[in-house]
Design a binder for this molecule. Structure first.
Ligand code: PLP
Length: 378
């Protein structure tokens, strides 16, 4: 039984439990086949009401701030892997408390905090993020290997003499890529850091692996992981965010008005700017359930948001039947990089969060209101 949108009060992000379970089965298969560890990147997907399900397969989370570290510790129930471009001295004791791995973005940060790490009350494994200076990401906003990037130590800046206490290397240079990109990236990493990898206990391949996408080459990934583990005698970590929530849920909206300005324009009770900013930043156009590209069906519409931002436009689509005020519109693949990035811009309400299960139907786990908006201001 698929999601019954009639039961959804809009706007609402709905996680479709069976689809999330399907993604987790794929991660399980990769872990079983290789012995690698896949951990959830909270920056991409932090819907903690489904952590009990995710926890059955993924060992822990990776955090990029004190808030994420605390959420991972409290809601996932495990110490996190931590990486942020820079740490604040006044937060570092708390960060250590919540972390089992800490990755430093520079040797200067490593030197600043290494003595403090030695005094931690539990073991913490430390790593350095390297910038492989090889990327296949076309949008600069998402390319950690763009010129003058601040993410990871560039090859020329690497301090082979400062590795005492460092047990792992981390790189993150993929964004929605397949495993052939990982293979080419590793060729570069191994060329520069092969000797260092032999001294390490672990290596983290970052996120950006589209493991759960239907055309992803899982066998190639498994072969890469096994080869790296055997060659360097290291544990391998992968930390996807997007691939965890990939096509595992939707954003449901309602049509508020239909106007005409050389074309039909539908105003929805959601906002591209506030609720799915990647649509404007990437830019990325979602698919609409039951709808199609602008020429596909007889009734074309521009779907737009409800804020006063002129560019709050989701995209141009078409439908088999004319839209009516009150119709529900279902935007596909809306779990990752949406609820973790959304805002109350224009005072618009945040979409509720719900879980759809084929056996239990719809369960709304969170509604937002005026106090959520007001509490961010003063
Ligand atoms: C260091 C790091 N790890 C993991 C991720 C997750 O990437 P994705 O959600 O594309 O898998 C990101 C995303 O920016 C990242 O910066």
């Amino acid at each position: 039984m698929s999601l019954d949108v009639r039961t959804v009060s809009t706007p609402c992000y709905v996680c479709e439990e069976e689809k999330l379970r399907h993604n987790l089965q794929i991660f399980d298969q990769v872990q079983q086949a290789t012995g690698c560890h896949i951990i959830l990147a909270l920056k991409g997907f932090a819907m903690f009401s489904v952590f009990p399900m995710i926890r059955q397969v993924l060992k822990t989370t990776t955090a990029s701030s004190l808030n994420e570290a605390r959420l991972g510790f409290e809601e996932f129930g495990q110490r996190v892997h931590l990486y942020a471009p820079a740490y604040k001295a006044e937060e570092f004791d708390d960060l250590m408390f919540y972390s089992e791995h800490i990755v430093f973005n520079s040797f200067s940060q490593w030197k600043r905090f290494k003595d403090q790490i030695h005094r931690a009350e539990h073991p913490i494994r430390c790593g350095i993020r390297i910038n492989p200076e090889y990327g296949e990401v076309e949008t600069d906003l998402y390319n950690p290997c763009a010129p003058h990037s601040r993410l990871g130590v560039p090859v020329k800046e690497f301090r082979f003499d400062e590795l005492e206490g460092i047990t792992g290397l981390h790189f993150h240079s993929l964004c929605g890529n397949n495993s052939d990109t990982l293979e080419r990236t590793l060729e570069v990493v191994e060329r520069h850091y092969g000797e260092v990898l032999h001294q390490m206990e672990w290596v983290n391949f970052g996120g950006g692996h589209h493991i759960t996408r239907s055309d992803y080459d899982i066998n190639r990934l498994c072969n890469i992981v096994k080869r790296v583990q055997e060659t360097y005698d290291v544990e391998v970590y992968l930390e996807p965010g997007e691939a965890v929530g990939w096509q595992a849920g939707v954003l449901v909206a309602s049509v508020l008005d239909i106007i005409h300005n050389d074309m039909d324009i539908a105003l929805l009770d959601i906002s591209a700017a506030a609720h799915m900013p990647d649509c404007l930043e990437m830019p990325y156009t979602p698919e609409i359930r039951g709808g199609g590209t602008v020429d596909q069906y007889p009734h074309p519409y521009r779907l737009t948001g409800t804020t006063c931002l002129a560019g709050d436009v989701i995209g141009d689509f078409s439908f088999p039947q004319p839209l009516q005020v009150g119709d529900k519109i279902v935007l596909e693949d809306m779990l990752h990089y949406t609820m973790v990035k959304n805002t109350n811009f224009n005072g618009v309400e945040l979409p509720s969060i719900a879980i759809w299960s084929d056996t239990e139907g719809l369960r709304t786990v969170r509604k937002f209101g005026y106090n959520d908006y007001k509490s961010r201001l003063s």
